[in-house]
Design a protein around this ligand. Sequence first.
Ligand code: UDP
Ligand code: MN
Length: 539
Amino acid sequence: MRDWHDYQAMARDAKRKGFGENGTSAKLGKSTRYKEGRLFAKNKLNALLSDYISVNRSVPDGRLPECKKKLYPKNLPMVSIIICFFNEHRSVLLRSVHSLFNRTPPELLKEIILVDDFSDLKDLHESLDQYVAQHFTKVRVLHLPQRAGLVRARLAGARNATAEVLVFMDSHVEAGYNWLPPLLEPMALNNRRVMCPVIDKIDGNSFQYEICDGNMGGLLVWELYYKEVRRPPEIRKSVKPFRNPVMMGGLFAIFSKYLWELGGYDEGLDIYGSEQYELSFKIWMCGGEIYDAPCSRVGHIERVSHLELFRRKNAPSSQKDFFHKNHKRVAEVWMDDYKKYLYRNTLYNKIDPGDLTKQKALRAKLKCKSFKWYLQNVAFDIINRYPPISPPDYARGVIQNLGSTNLCLDHYKRSVRMYQCDRKLKHPHSSQFWALSWRRDLRLKRTETCLTSVRPKNKAPVRLRHCHYQGEDQYWFYDHRAQQLKQGKHDQRCLEMLPHSKTLILNGCNNTNRYMRWNIGFFNRTALDNYNRNIFILP
Ligand code: UDP
Ligand code: MN
């Protein structure tokens, strides 16, 4: 084992002073505002500011203390770092290259390959080649003869690479200290393991390097939206790599041999989008694994106006619908019957995914498992957090006080009050129409407004707040036997109407208090009796 830190370089970095150093936020003066705005609009990041920040700037070290002491094997495979870019602002691209070059142990770095996806910016042509030749030994540029799109550009880089391990990076990143060994160690133990760093956020406006909390994992919703979700508490603060159902996108390490065994990426994916699903499903379903390494950190610039529209505008006109086409290709090949949830968006009816024979043959050849297996074993959170069909409410309609049966729970703006009950108890007008939803919150039907406990104490008032889906002060249960509305999962208090003021509070439950008893327009007894059971069953 050895300590792979480059302490000399870290000490040099610690002494650096100046604009944006240590990843601090930077700001230009008034005199350049016009130019700044123009370049901003073009790049969707503050390109002019980038020009004023050193390409060798230092970054903050957000790793857990334990990471800073960790030893890794002496023998690790060498890497080829592949950076694809299309019209990346030059100083942003160069900072990516310098930071990776500076913070990668020379013993492990075979080469850095810059794949120019047919950029039209002139300063990314010959002058980039010259810069690279002057400043580096192991860096080369591969200019593609036509726009290939991200997937085919990455594959072109991969074909050109000579090291055992390929590391893919976006063209707007900054590597953290000792970022590489934590990725390589788990791979050396199992060469079908694909590793991702924790991705810190670099603000596209100020270039501030923001340490992220590192507890988020990737997931998708049925519409193939990417979601970051909090990991369970038992693995937060752990330096052990953890499983990730969907890689975030562009930043990961994979054995070259394994990438080709998986058939690379689907080359029918155009420009950008969906490729992380294709590769993630393929890896998990066909016998591989994806892990995030908490001790490896890489900063990534999030563009400020991050719109798909922007990408589409940048795509050649024949490929304008590439985004949904890519989704459809992935769904057709990998999602089995579950693709129907994506196709609820009827836009997909009109989309031709193109020829999929090669992809389907690959899935058969590799004897990959089903999407259901993936959902049950890898991405089980999807079902609990984003069930494809919203389960029914546990209860809905008016909430009628049994101490004073003509009064029902009502609201005015964010405050809750009692009011004369609507005659239709199961289907009242909207200001009395409540739902105890499958998320176990008590919300105004068809809204995102939830009844919330203001304090975790007795005699606490309740208010309406935006539903946050996290339980706690918005967790409710209707005890239909005692006819009580209980707030909180553990220390339960009951909703009570104070008869004189007609106000509402949460108080210690008391079975003899009539004003603490409620009827709900409609409720499902069986469902309520099984309140804590998982309600969604995989079809
Ligand atoms: N890219 C490319 N060709 C394309 C589209 C994107 O080479 O047709 C590059 C882009 O320059 C970037 C990487 O692919 O380095 C990932 O794209 P982007 O950063 O826009 O994706 P995001 O990080 O926003 O998901
Ligand atoms: Mn990116």
